[in-house]
Write a protein that binds this ligand. Sequence first.
Ligand SMILES: [Zn+2]
Length: 64
Amino acid sequence: MTGSTPAPTGNARICSNCDGFGSVAITLGGRDRHGHLRTITAHCPACNGLGTVPARRTREGARA
Ligand SMILES: [Zn+2]
């Protein structure tokens, strides 16, 4: 392991919706006046961009 991905701790585990990548930059296809790619950052709604979700005692989907 290189530590490049968030490791699950005792209190959290990898978000199954984003597979640990809670926030991603999405290119808009254009460049600003500085020549930089215009991007927006999207956060995973399930984990709020954290990439991990609090551990639950119940299995996924057991309760809403
Ligand atoms: Zn997520």
